[in-house]
Design a protein around this ligand. Sequence first.
Ligand SMILES: Cc1cc2nc3c(=O)[nH]c(=O)nc-3n(C[C@H](O)[C@H](O)[C@H](O)COP(=O)(O)OP(=O)(O)OC[C@H]3O[C@@H](n4cnc5c(N)ncnc54)[C@H](O)[C@@H]3O)c2cc1C
Length: 613
Amino acid sequence: MAYRVDMRDIHFNLFEKIGVEDLSQLEAYKDFSVDDYKMILNEAEKFAVNVIAPTLAPTDKDGARFEKGEVVVPEEVRETLRKFNEGGWGAVSASPEFGGQGLPSTVAIGTVEIFVAANTGFSGYQGLTSATANLIGEEGSDFLKETYCEKMLTGVWAGAMVLTEAQAGSAVGEIKTSAKRDGDTYLLTGNKIFISGGDHDMNENMIHVLLARVEGAPPGVKGLSLFVAPKYLVNNDGSVGAFNHLKATGVEEKMGMHASATCSIAYGEDGPCRAWIIGEENQGIQIMFKLMNHARLGVGAQGVSQAAAAYHLALDYAHERVQGTRIEDARNPAAPSVPIVEHPDVRRMLLAQKAIVEATRGLIYSVSYWLDRANHTTDDEERQRYIDLVELLTPICKGYSTEMAFHSICLALQVHGGYGYCEEYGVSVLLRDAKIGTIYEGTTGIQAMDLLGRKVAMRKGGLFQNFVGILGDFVERNSGHPALEKHFKLLGEAKDQLVATTITLGTKGMTGDINYPLQYATPYLFMFGHVACSYFILDQALLAHEKLQTLYADKGVQDDAGKRKLVQEHVDAKFYYNKIETAKFFVANILPEVYGIAKSVESDDKSPMDIVF
Ligand SMILES: Cc1cc2nc3c(=O)[nH]c(=O)nc-3n(C[C@H](O)[C@H](O)[C@H](O)COP(=O)(O)OP(=O)(O)OC[C@H]3O[C@@H](n4cnc5c(N)ncnc54)[C@H](O)[C@@H]3O)c2cc1C
């Protein structure tokens, strides 16, 4: 099975649509050029296709395991991680202060998309090491930064992000792991579960960034503090010293991501486990919140990556697999069988996948770009505008993109028929690996509550109204578009429906029935996502239409037959033409699901709360 990356569409988003070169106007990115970005992305693609992707099948079969009290990772993972770190890939978006390349998040998210689906379990090791090192770099004391950042970002040491406990998954406030003050540091006791890459021997040291509760702190999230705990204490000269009593007690057997060691961890079980605080006591959750947008965008990009990889497998298979005749030949026993890509139902499944991938990719890259601008602009008003958009759309990036990705990969599997259900064609592993995206970093249900309960309500609905205003202006500006007029009208109507449903749910909540809006929070997230993604895909289609008209004019093509011929023969003409068809499909076929959801919300049906389970 071949791993293919959507490089053409990634380039379209970054360089044609968003114009990522604008970021060079910001001080932080002034030394980068478009050529630098393209070179980095092309090298990432080569590494993903040639080095990471070949490890997927063997490490899916023989994954990480727990043997004689130790975590054992597949040899392919060890070797690939070494090459990955040698290439400096773990530090692409990290600050140059710690040996990073300081790339904009928008381009770094491109590398995430390129790497992840090549082997999702493998990608977690470096992803979490970079994330924890960046967190220490942004929020830690000078001592913590100097001790850990460079070693982690250069891949000498590994990192893990540690929140979950058996009784504290979605309910982070239930965390019990305790931290006892001991001079300037703390001693940890407790147990964590489900920690990705939580322990292994691929790196010289393992650094945990974890949430725990200082003895005597208040209950709930307000009593949580953030700590750094190394597996081996670090000597004054930076070398690795004594064991710090942080140890894996098991590795989960999972449905996917087999390359990743998902560990249960014990702290301070048979000796002291020392930890250093990040920030102040009881500030842990606020610090985590600051960094959550970035992590959730990353998981959204993971979904896009997996869905794109599955789409390419399905597309290739649909061209190869010969089965059945054209419907026009149904009564002719001598008619030839055709590749399944000829069948309307298969074409629908393929285009649905392409539409989901391209719409959610537009969402993720745009939000990453806004995050870069928010983080680095010197204009306060501009910063607030971008922060508001990022805040509102982060649960959509995470919750909607991963759910739609899973649906999309189901369609890719369906295109493969029975062979999809078998392991040989590589689509089933993507489906298994993709499911986790809807669970970790906050389940879809948690994202939905964040969207409806927090983000939409923020500043008396100001963030929501602002976004709806952007959609309204967009529809109005393009209402007479020569090719997409009908589709802009559909978006305008769906946007109005989103506003109406938001008011219905808000009114229910405010009049005392708080369960009703929560019962519909996840359908509402889908509704919001369908509307938002229609905006992103139509915005791409507008540009594609412009570029296609320019190509027709440049090539002197005027009649329909000439245009069709150009689209079939010219790579860019085909890309732009297909982009427009993809947008039409999303708006005509996926967006109308909004009305089914709206009808449910209007139903006043309370059966989920009334039923006796
Ligand atoms: C492979 C894997 C890797 C992971 N990696 C890490 C890691 O590196 N670090 C880490 O800290 N954790 C990690 N996790 C843990 C992950 O973040 C949690 O599994 C996730 O947050 C859900 O918690 P839970 O499993 O306890 O489910 P629960 O919280 O018990 O949720 C079960 C169901 O109930 C719903 N639910 C729960 N509470 C509510 C509520 N208040 N309202 C509505 N619905 C609710 C959820 O949406 C879900 O559908 C990993 C998990 C897995 C499986």
